[in-house]
Design a protein around this ligand. Structure first.
Ligand code: ADP
Ligand code: TRP
Length: 318
């Protein structure tokens, strides 16, 4: 039997998850991994997060939260290998080897770096180097597909370039070229102010918040006063309800923004209820997450170490 193509993705344990993360990124993992088409590896990118989160207690808490979140939304730990990046030393080891192949001008062209630099010149080396660690994450497992949000597409191109460069310089075929997998239709979820929903803009609707928090966020969605359809409300609404139904609801409640927001709150609550219930169950049974991470660490170490043997042979350090 031919082996299944590998799917790899990383998630940073930073910030409270919002519905932009869910509809833009998390949900597609569930769909992709349910089909049994791929061999999926999903890991907590804790070493990436270290660039911005330097608090041990918070790191531990958020790492657990993210694993619980992904199991709660429907990822099946029996199908998916779930692990922590920091549990698998090959990631940072390969990152170093890539550092020796990559040039500074090349990394300076990365959007994420340019954005960070525009905000603050004092960028840490880890942030500058972020795409090389990410390339290692992907290439260690011979990933064929890498599901990510639109904003991560360039990082995958960088991983492809890096794989090609390594293979060329070392006259080898050690690395497989990965493809990005971008969910087109709901590529960007708008926040309460109409900009991209992002924790850094403070415009989020929480995924695991209380009813109260969710209501507050929805009520704060910015609407114009033209009496036309409130596009910012509608854009979120269509994530949880069919457009056919919405056309009618929005026609019936023309200009009644508060009522439309109330309907949205009810619809979001209904949609999110089973996910929240599963999350609470995992919170009460911490050994489930512990066991998932131990099993994932074991498997990821075996696979990545086999790849590192090829890498070491190719570069001549074995
Ligand atoms: P944030 O912008 O809140 O800091 P992250 O950068 O941590 O979110 O994003 C984590 C994942 O969720 C990424 O794959 C990203 O593409 C996706 N994502 C975040 N916000 C949105 C959004 N508003 N619409 C679609 N996808 C999103
Ligand atoms: N950079 C990704 C993000 O911000 C997280 C990530 C780290 C990742 N390593 C990865 C995603 C490898 C896919 C593959 O969301």
């Amino acid at each position: 039997m031919a082996e299944k193509p590998v799917l790899v993705s990383g998630v940073k344990p930073t910030g409270d998850l919002h519905i932009g993360n869910y509809f833009g990124a998390m949900r597609q993992f569930v769909e992709l991994t349910k089909e049994g088409k791929y061999k999926p590896y999903i890991f907590v990118a804790d070493y990436h997060a270290l660039n911005t989160m330097q608090d041990a207690e918070e790191m531990r808490r958020r790492t657990r939260e993210i694993v619980m979140a992904y199991i709660a939304i429907g990822l099946d730990p029996k199908e998916v290998t779930f692990f922590k990046q920091s549990d698998v030393p090959a990631h940072t080891e390969l990152c170093w080897i890539f550092d020796t192949l990559t040039t500074m001008p090349y990394l300076m062209r990365a959007h994420a770096f340019k954005d960070a630099e525009a905000k603050n010149k004092e960028i840490n080396v880890g942030t500058f180097n972020y795409p090389m660690l990410m390339a290692a994450d992907i290439l260690l497992y011979d990933a064929a597909v890498v599901p990510v949000g639109q904003d991560q597409k360039q990082h995958i191109e960088i991983a492809r370039d890096t794989a090609e460069k390594f293979n060329r310089i070392y006259k080898s075929e050690v690395f497989t070229l990965p493809e990005p997998y971008i969910m087109g239709e709901v590529a960007v979820v708008p926040g309460t102010d109409g900009r991209k929903m992002s924790k850094s803009y403070g415009n989020v609707i929480p995924l695991f918040g209380s009813t109260d928090e969710l209501s507050k966020a929805v009520m704060s969605i910015v609407t114009d006063s033209s009496g036309q359809r409130p596009e910012n409300v509608y854009a979120v609404h269509k994530l949880v309800r069919s457009e056919r139904e919405l056309e009618q609801i929005y026609a019936e409640h023309k200009g009644k923004y508060k009522e439309l927001k109330e309907i949205l709150i009810t619809d979001l609550e209904r949609y999110l209820a089973p996910i929240r219930a599963k999350y609470e169950e995992l919170k009460e049974n911490p050994s489930i997450v512990d066991d998932v991470l131990v099993a994932g660490k074991r498997e990821a170490r075996v696979v990545s170490e086999a790849k590192m043997e090829q890498v070491r042979a190719a570069i001549g350090v074995n």
